[in-house]
Ligand binder design. Structure first.
Ligand code: S3P
Length: 165
């Protein structure tokens, strides 16, 4: 097994859990949003604002595929939208990687996902948007997941243990 990939909605805890899982395994953490920001020298918000979502999604595919191609094992925190493109789901299904879906109910997501500044899609009506996205994306996460870890009402340590199990 080369990589461990965390997928799930904005606010599910991919970055927080990913950091701890990476520390436990002694592997680097690759966060797709951070890879895009490092490659372009711009923030996720700037890319959405100046070039639009389609341009961001193209950068996201490149970041995901490059991360999956690395030979050193890594924990990959894949941003919430990676499952939207067919080619990304195909890459996740066929890569030498264990894909774990951090699954959170919309109520839990609403509280957490509105904290970051890198989520322009939540600027208007975050609650309605997250609920709609959750229903649209649920089957897509399910399609790529080798394992599902529920994060609702669980501590981070508990979730980390479940991911590593
Ligand atoms: C998005 C998730 C964000 C970021 C962008 C779009 C999405 O990443 O890539 O705001 O469409 O779900 P996180 O999942 O790390 O919040």
């Amino acid at each position: 097994m080369t990589h461990l990939v965390l997928v799930g909605m904005m606010g599910a805890g991919k970055t927080t859990v990913g950091k701890q899982v990476a520390a436990r395994l002694g592997w680097p953490l690759l966060d797709s949003d951070h890879l895009i920001e490092a490659a372009t020298g711009r923030t996720v918000r700037e890319i959405f604002r100046d070039e639009g979502e389609a341009a961001f999604r193209a950068l996201e595919t490149t970041a995901l595929i490059e991360a999956l191609r690395r030979t050193e094992p890594a924990v990959i925190a894949a941003a919430g939208g990676v499952v939207l493109r067919d080619e990304n789901r195909e890459a996740l299904r066929t890569a030498d990687a264990r894909v774990v879906w951090l699954k959170a109910q919309p109520d839990v997501l609403v509280e957490r996902a509105t904290r970051g500044s890198h989520r322009p899609l939540l600027d208007d009506d975050p609650e309605g948007t997250l609920r709609r996205m959750f229903h649209e994306r649920e089957p897509l996460y399910e399609e790529v997941a080798d394992a599902i870890v529920s994060v609702d009402h669980r501590t981070i340590a508990d979730v980390v243990d479940a991911v590593l199990r």
